[in-house]
Structures are given as C-alpha cells and as structure tokens.
Design a protein around this ligand. Structure first.
Ligand SMILES: Cc1ncc(COP(=O)(O)O)c(C=O)c1O
Length: 406
C-alpha cells in the first residue's frame, strides 16, 4: 500500500463527487464521521434562511407559511430511501435516547402479558440505561446478556428485543432480517437502534419486517451536533400502538386543546412536544447530501475504505491489533484497533490532525463515512498511526490527560 495507490483509488471512486457536498477542513484527516458527520456545504445557508427569514421576518406565521408544523414528517421522508422504509413510517424528533424510551414504553404496553426487555450487555450505554428504567417502570425486568447469548435468551417472556445493528465499539453487524425473525418467532417486538447503520450501510427496514427502529441524526446522516434523531414504526402497527409520552404535538387536533388526548392517526402520534425547527433545518441539509446516491454504492465505498485501512495498518502500524470483524459483510463503516496505549495514541494522532476517537477499555476507533472519506485519508491515518506507535510519540505527558469527551 502506498499514497499513490490511495490516490489512484480516489481517482477511480464513483462516489468521490459526494465529498464536494461538504465543507472539509484542509488541515484534518477526519475519520470520525461515524460520531459527528462533516458539515454539509449547504448547511449555513439553509439554517440562515430559517433563522433570518422564517424566524426573523415570518415569526409565528412561519408555522403555517414555512410549513414548520409538518417538518418532523416532511424531513423524515428524506430518510426513507436511506433506511428502506416508507415515508409515512418515519419521524424526526427528540434524541435517540428519548425515542428508545418512547418506543420501549409503547412496545411494553402492546405486550401486557410479557415484562422482559432483552438487550445486549455490551450495547451502547444509553440503550441499556433507558431499557433498565423503562422495564422497571413497567413492573418488568431488564435482561442483559452477551451478544452471543441473545438468541438463547429469546423466550416467550420477552416483550421487546432492543439491539444495535452495528455495535458502536467493535463495529460488528447483525443481520437485520434474521435477527428480527428470531425475535418474532417468540412473539417479541423488534426495536433496532440503527445509529451506526443509517447512512453507512444498506438498510432495508421494509424487508426486515422489524416493528420499530431509532437512530441518531448527527453521525452518518450529517445533521449537525445534537441533531434531532429519528424513529420508525411499521405502518400496519401504528394504529394499535400508543405513545407513552403523549404530548400535544402527537394529538390528532392539537389546536382544539381539548380535555383528552386523542392520538394522531399515523406516525405523528409518536411526537411529543414542539419540534426544534432550527436544528431540523440543519438535519435537512444533512439528509440532502444523500440525494441521488444508491445505498449499495455507499456501503461498497465504506467497505473498500475500511479494507484498505486494514491493509495499510498491517503494513504501516503492525502493533495495532484489529478488534473488528475482518469481513466487510460482518461490520458497519468503522473499525477499532486495540493497543495498550490506545488513549494516548489517539490524543497524539489528534495533535497531528488525524481525528479518530478512543473507546474503553483500549480501543482506537476510526470511521469511514462513505460520503466524505477518501482513500488518501485512510492511508494518511495509517501512516500517522505507524509513526506515533513506532516513535513512541504517545509517551508525551500531555497525551495522557483525560479530556471530558474522548
Ligand atoms: C448506538 C447508539 N445509540 C444512541 C446514541 C446516542 O443517543 P443520543 O442521541 O440520545 O445521545 C449513540 C451515540 O453515540 C449510539 O452510538
């Protein structure tokens, strides 16, 4: 592997043009689009239009005139081709954590004879914490088992199985359809966290048959820091399912302000409060970066980048041990490598403008956001990793200091 080879791969990359849809700092090799996607070039203008014209001049009339009131559904529709769902099955609202809470509560209410929420004990913390609290509030119990034990733990006591499709640490990918079928075989509801899938790999919610899903807006979807999250509820179930946080925005007729809650007929019932309009404008710019791109090509690009990086690290930084699945079909669009000094190495890389992140207990994580990452970035990161390790650059005292965000 060489820089020339990386550049040749970039020159031949059919998705290379997508990077032009973003503002990218020239002094950074950015391999953290899996945590915070790059800023769409259109975002400043898109947000400014909402702030200056719609808010500044239109004021409250913009709820009607600019259509703000419909944005949670209208903007969610842009996500439909990205996750293989129908537009009326998607909503953008709240955070991923809150959406998990709402859908878990909804699922438990739909299976009153069952009280177990099943999760993977190594899943992202918010999923496990929220699941424990919601299960307890419902008089039930959280069962957290190892990734390998999920299948055996699926019994007829399980009301809902909550799983990330792509693990935030290892990058390991689960088969959406096969796992959904396992859950449904015992009568459990399947709730997917697709935070590390949507926009990175091909996702076909419709084919999977899954009942519910959620995901972040700020990772591969490029919606900006703290972007609104999204949720999915299969169309045929919406009428029967309730929202455990039934706010006025999910009411069938919010401005009647009547004494009783009447859920909106479709997906809109899963709204709770007033949508964050400025943040939604940024998220729309993020989703627009996928316009015209096929998700099979997006996934293929991520796989090729990660494969190239694995090869480059083997040659340039052999002391880093791959701790993600080797086969592209078994992982998402990020990789982790283990090293005893992982934290300090990541800090030393950041000081050189190579941005990855650290995950406990000893993992260096690198993301290959397929719209914005070049093969050249992968090569530069591998070369820098090799230099930092071989030259023991990470031993510098300033690289040991733990920062609030790692
Ligand atoms: C799998 C997964 N779920 C949820 C979240 C975060 O949820 P929230 O948007 O509520 O902070 C993350 C963030 O990295 C994540 O990786």
């Amino acid at each position: 592997v060489s820089l020339d080879q990386a550049r040749a791969l970039d020159a031949a990359d059919p998705l290379a043009f997508a990077r032009e849809r973003f503002r990218f700092p020239d002094d950074k090799t950015y391999l953290d689009g899996n945590s915070l996607g790059m800023m769409p070039a259109s975002a400043p203008e898109r947000v400014a239009r909402t702030v200056e014209r719609e808010w500044g001049e239109g004021l409250i009339e913009s709820w009607n005139e600019a259509g703000w009131i419909d944005w949670p559904e209208r903007i969610a529709a842009r996500l439909a081709p990205i996750v293989g769902a129908r537009a009326d099955e998607l909503l953008v609202c709240d955070s991923t954590s809150i959406n998990i809470a709402k859908l878990l509560g909804s699922a438990l209410a739909a299976r009153p004879e069952r009280r177990v929420v099943l999760v993977d004990e190594s899943d992202f913390p918010t999923d496990r914490y929220i699941a424990a609290a919601i299960a307890e509030q419902a008089g039930g119990e959280l069962r957290a088992v190892s990734a390998e034990a999920i299948s055996d733990a699926l019994t007829d006591e399980v009301a809902v199985l909550l799983l990330s499709q792509v693990d935030y640490r290892s990058g390991r990918r689960r088969d959406l359809s096969a796992t959904t079928a396992d859950a449904q075989r015992v009568g459990a509801i399947m709730l997917w966290d697709l935070s590390h899938s949507a926009g990175a790999i091909r996702v076909d919610l419709a084919t999977s048959g899954a009942e519910m899903a959620v995901g972040c807006g700020y990772k591969y979807l490029n919606g900006g820091p703290g972007a609104p999250a999204w949720l999915y509820v299969r169309r045929d179930l919406q009428q029967a399912l309730g929202n455990p946080l039934p706010g006025w925005m999910g009411h069938a007729r919010p401005f009647e302000m009547g004494p009783d809650y009447v859920p909106a007929p479709g997906i809109r019932r899963f709204l709770t409060g007033t949508p964050p309009i400025v943040a939604l404008a940024a998220l729309e710019a993020g989703l627009e970066t996928f316009e015209g791109l096929g998700m099979a090509a997006v996934e293929a690009k991520a796989a090729a980048l990660a494969d190239f990086f694995i090869e480059a690290v083997e040659v340039l930084a052999p002391e880093a041990t791959l701790a993600s699945p080797l086969g592209a079909a078994d992982r998402g669009a990020h990789l982790v490598f283990a090293h005893r000094h992982a934290y300090a190495i990541v800090q030393a890389l950041i000081a050189r403008g190579v941005i990855g992140d650290y995950r406990e207990p000893n993992l260096m994580r690198f993301g290959f956001a397929p719209l914005t990452t070049r093969f050249e970035d992968a090569w530069r990161a591998a070369a820098a990793l090799g230099e930092v390790i071989a030259g023991r650059v990470y031993e510098g005292a300033r690289f040991a200091e733990r920062r609030r965000v790692t």
